[in-house]
Design a protein around this ligand. Sequence first.
Ligand code: AHR
Length: 494
Amino acid sequence: MKARMTVNRNFTISKIDRRIYGSFVEHMGRCVYTGIYEPSHSTADANGFRNDVKQLVKELNIPIIRYPGGNFLSGYNWQDGIGENRPRRLDLAWKTIETNEIGVHEFATFAKEINAEINMGLNFGTQGIDSARNFVEYCNHPGGSYWSDLRKKNGAAEPFKIKTWCLGNEMDGPWQIGAKTAEEYGRLAEEAAKVMKMVDGSIELVACGSSSIDMPTFASWEATVLDHVYDYVDYLSLHRYYGNQKNDLPNYLAKSVDMDNFIKSVIAICDFVKAKKRSKKTLNLSFDEWNVWYHSFSNDKKNEPWQEHPPILEDVYNFEDALLVGCLLITLIKNSDRVKIACMAQLVNVIAPIMTEKGGAAWRQTTFYPCMQAATFGQGTALTPIVDVPKYDCEEFSDVPYLETVALHNETEIVIFAVNRSQEEPLDFEIELQGFNLANTATHSELAGHNPKQTNTKQNSPVFPKDTTAKVAENIVMATLKPLSWNVIRVGVK
Ligand code: AHR
């Protein structure tokens, strides 16, 4: 099969906001405890964080981490995680015991060490305006007030300077503690946002969109909430998880089409409200939960309640999951004009690219690699891809291109990310790069040649990227994309 992409230096989508390669750490399962934090582990640092995990997290180049939930957030009291004598609480969202050993101070230390900023979640389930404004004051006010002085007393002389704040989590979901109607949430978020920005005018706020495009209230939820908060917030959130329950690979790999449709639909709603309000402001999106999540469904039904950090949502990812994650990352880049933040859920153990064993090893899941390569090489300006490639129909989607691809450029190189969705055929891929002065060398890294169900485990991790070749002739780059492959092609510019 043949495919051709043409890009032109002048036809751009947007400068990519690095924060689209974000992650998410929730106080659930073994993400925090025995994930990033395990004081008794042989690699633990002075603060109890696992150095082996930190090393892997640093490889992922994560710019921002959403914290501390998730569903956990809606019953969480941030004051439980500061100072001495932290209470053990029932976490009603996941029916576990939360020990509160980790709170904002400890997490800020971790985030600083891995060079990530925090996207801080606020409890809008059981709490609201007062708790939100106090937390902003605690984290960001320099001093001389009750909450900022308490932060200093608790060991942080300097403010944490947290820029991005989420006004709750999935507040439309009936499973959410303190779930609300769009009207109830919209009013609360509007008033809280106003007051939070009075405390610190430099912060950015994310309002809750629907918890998925499948929610019956999708679209009207967004429109009603935005009617209230449009002038006060900076982003609207999207959440979406995918799975291959029917073991239908062509359909599974096409699910990035659903993500694209979801993003375009939410943009349409934001722009509808913009027009209705005659507003000059364009609202951007925070796709702050996305991933593959389905492998652990049956295991999680067996968990006994009220354990401390039990193993939940521990999906073991396979090669086909890595390919879909690659398609989803490309989709985020293709929508980088409006998606400015995106957080893969989650970072360690809980539907995560990194797995750990309590007291033992840490390793990279298959999905680690597209995330790591996208965050490392996906910096610069995304270019509008004009792609000519055969298409296929499958159960949920029609006209799905066999090739999912995007190109971007920065001062030193042009980078092309590409997934060949075909199970049988290699793709002869020709890329015309107009308006560039190319160095005549290119590198090509591929994740390819595996059974779709191949996993990486503690004992055996065969799925990792390997180098292959790409040719450059004048302004054309040529590469062969193996059947079922994730590819990163990098071409130097003079
Ligand atoms: O990431 C797992 C859960 O998925 C989060 O807690 C929740 O926000 C979503 O439903």
